[in-house]
Design a protein around this ligand. Structure first.
Ligand SMILES: NC(=O)c1ccc[n+]([C@@H]2O[C@H](COP(=O)([O-])OP(=O)(O)OC[C@H]3O[C@@H](n4cnc5c(N)ncnc54)[C@H](OP(=O)(O)O)[C@@H]3O)[C@@H](O)[C@H]2O)c1
Length: 240
C-alpha cells in the first residue's frame, strides 16, 4: 500500500514558489517567518518524511560523481541503505543526476527514486554512500509504483510532498495527492512565468486535476498574517 501523501507548500498570494522574490514582511513582522512557519507546520504532521523533485534536492545533495570500478550488474529492486530507523528525505531523480555526500541530511535518511535505466555504476555510488533507492519503472515515470515501494519496502505511512511545481504537477496528474496543506504568505511575486504550486507540462487541453474536487478541511490565520489552508482531494461528483 502506498503512503498517504500531503502536498505541503508555502506560496505568495499569487501562488508563486520562490520566497526570495516576494515582497518583504510588513514592518514589525519577523523576516524569517516563511521558513520558520513552514517547518513548524510540517513538523506538526508527524510525517515519516518528505519528497521533493530533483531540482529542489540539489540544495541538499552537493557531492561529486564517484567513479565506480568493476561494477557487477545490480538488480532494479529497492535497496535499503544506512537508514537506522530515521525519517526520510526522498528525491525523485529518474536520471540519477544527484550526488550525495552522506546517507542523511538534518537527521533524515536519503531515498532516491530512479528510472531502471540508470547505470550500475551510479547504483554502486549510492550504495557506497549508504543512500537508499527505489524505482519508478523503466523510464522513471511510474510514480504510483515508486510510492507503493515507499509503503511496502520502507514502511512509510505518511509523507509530505514539498515541491517544486514540476514534481507537484506530476503527482497531481497521477492522482497521488490526498491532501493539500497550503501556507499563503502575505506577499506578492507578480512576474509572469515564475513557477507556481503545480507546473505539469502537458498538452494544451490537458487538465491534470481532472476527476478531483477539493473539500475544505480547515483554515487558520497564523503569525504575521500567514494563512494555513487545508483541503482534502476527493473524487469529483462528475467522476463517480
Ligand atoms: N515555496 C515552496 O514551498 C517551495 C518548495 C519546494 C521548492 N521550491 C522552489 O522550487 C524550485 C524548484 O522547483 P521546480 O519545479 O523547478 O523543480 P522540482 O519539482 O524540484 O524538480 C523538477 C525535476 O524533478 C525531476 N522529475 C523526476 N520525475 C519527474 C516527474 N514525473 N515530473 C516532473 N519532474 C520530475 C526532473 O528532473 P530531471 O530534469 O533530471 O529530469 C525535473 O526537472 C526551487 O527554486 C525551489 O526553491 C519552493
Amino acid at each position: 500500500m502506498r503512503p498517504k501523501i500531503i502536498c505541503h507548500m508555502v506560496a505568495s498570494i499569487d501562488g508563486r514558489l520562490l520566497p526570495p522574490r516576494w515582497t518583504p514582511p510588513a514592518k514589525g513582522v519577523d523576516r524569517g517567518i516563511v521558513s520558520r512557519i513552514y517547518e513548524e507546520v510540517a513538523d506538526s504532521f508527524d510525517a515519516d518524511g518528505w519528497i521533493i523533485g530533483r531540482k529542489s534536492m540539489e540544495d541538499f545533495a552537493t557531492g561529486e560523481a564517484h567513479d565506480a570500478e568493476q561494477v557487477v550488474a545490480l538488480p532494479r529492486t529497492s535497496f535499503i541503505g544506512d537508514r537506522r530507523g530515521r525519517s526520510v528525505a526522498v528525491a525523485v531523480d529518474p536520471g540519477g543526476k544527484l550526488h550525495y555526500t552522506a546517507s542523511a541530511v538534518d537527521g533524515q535518511h536519503f531515498i532516491t527514486v530512479l528510472s531502471e535505466r540508470v547505470s550500475d555504476g551510479y547504483l554502486a555510488e549510492l550504495r557506497h554512500k549508504g543512500v537508499s533507492y527505489t524505482f519508478a519503472g523503466e523510464d522513471g515515470s511510474d510514480l504510483e509504483h515508486a510510492m507503493r515501494a515507499l509503503g511496502e519496502d520502507f514502511g512509510i505511512r505518511l509523507i509530505l510532498l514539498e515541491g517544486g511545481g514540476l514534481i507537484n504537477g506530476s503527482f497531481l496528474k497521477a492522482g497521488l495527492i490526498d491532501e493539500m496543506s497550503l501556507l499563503v504568505y502575505p506577499g506578492v511575486d507578480g512576474l509572469a512565468s515564475v513557477p507556481s504550486i503545480f507546473e505539469y507540462h502537458g498538452g494544451e487541453n490537458e487538465r491534470p486535476a481532472a476527476g478531483k474536487s477539493l473539500r475544505h478541511v480547515s483554515t487558520e490565520t497564523l503569525e504575521g498574517g500567514m494563512v494555513w489552508i487545508r483541503y482534502a482531494f476527493e473524487a469529483s461528483p462528475e467522476a463517480s
